[in-house]
Design a protein around this ligand. Structure first.
Ligand code: BTN
Length: 268
């Protein structure tokens, strides 16, 4: 994204709060890190940080997020919901739902979610979500939702820039066979995100609506999975669902179920 694209994004935005303040930088370490700092200084709900390039893009489980310039979307959004801290992971679910909706509207159909935070097109990862929270006692002070989307990278660029993960990664361009307007994609994403955020906060049954919407977009229901935790403990089972905190429920061979909070889950 360049600053002229941000002007375009501003013109396209039809949101009440998300993106009313947009901080754009050509290059940052991580848009999440920048927005966490702004959050500590009191930045308001809906503040957005977008960068054209990240030098230390971060993923879940200390992974890095490869973030070359000129091609993709790296965006972080600040929320200040009145919720208990343990409910913060629901924001990963909200962002995942919004991403699937926006990508499907581009005309792609084989789009789904891999627990907990990957979006896949035809089985390959196109996007990831990193939700980080700062608590205030048992409540949430603020939440930063960071989203990376591989948009206009060609297969050749993925292969040359993504190293080990190139074979399991994809981009929107690779699937649509054309370049996409990143400003329009960002605007559509913020609009969809605000819609699902309202579903979560406005209705009495917001959280259960989010959980069931997520489940309908989840690609691995009832698939056999192998789960590794901290590269140590490893077990297999059947992925059967998520609980109300967003933990993955796995049915073991014994018939007992176990919950996974953070781990690497592969379908087998
Ligand atoms: C993952 O798949 O593990 C999550 C990846 C999240 C990447 C995005 S890019 C924008 C924001 N800034 C970061 O440093 N990470 C997130």
């Amino acid at each position: 994204m360049t600053s002229s694209m941000i002007r375009k994004l501003n013109g396209l935005l039809r949101t009440e709060s998300l993106g009313k303040v947009i901080r754009y930088q050509d290059e940052v370490e991580s848009t999440n890190t920048t927005l966490l700092e702004l959050g500590e200084k009191g930045a308001s709900e809906g503040t957005v940080v977008i960068a054209d390039k990240q030098t230390r893009g971060r993923g879940r489980l200390e992974h890095s997020w490869i973030s070359p310039a000129g091609k993709n979307l790296y965006i972080s959004i600040l929320f200040r919901p009145e919720i208990v801290a343990i409910d913060a992971p629901v924001f990963t679910l909200i962002a995942s739902i919004a991403l699937v909706e926006v990508i499907q509207k581009l005309g792609l159909d084989d789009v789904n979610i891999k627990w907990p935070n990957d979006i896949r097109i035809a089985g390959k990862k196109v996007s990831g979500v990193l939700t980080e929270m700062r608590p205030r006692r048992e409540m949430t002070d603020f939440i930063v939702v960071g989203i990376g989307v591989n948009i206009n990278m060609s297969r050749e660029e993925i292969n040359s820039e993504m190293g080990d993960v190139a074979t399991i990664a994809t981009s929107i361009k690779e699937n649509l066979d054309k370049d996409l307007d990143r400003a329009k994609f960002a605007a559509d994403l913020l609009i969809e995100l605000e819609k699902w955020y309202k579903v979560f906060t406005n209705r009495g049954r917001g959280k259960s609506t989010i959980l069931s919407e997520w489940a309908s977009k989840w690609g691995d229901k009832d698939k056999r999975v192998s789960v590794s935790i901290n590269d140590e403990e490893e077990f297999e089972g059947k992925a059967v669902g998520i609980d109300d905190k967003g933990y993955l429920i796995v049915e073991l061979n014994s018939g007992d179920t176990t919950k996974v909070l953070a781990g690497d889950v592969k379908t087998i």
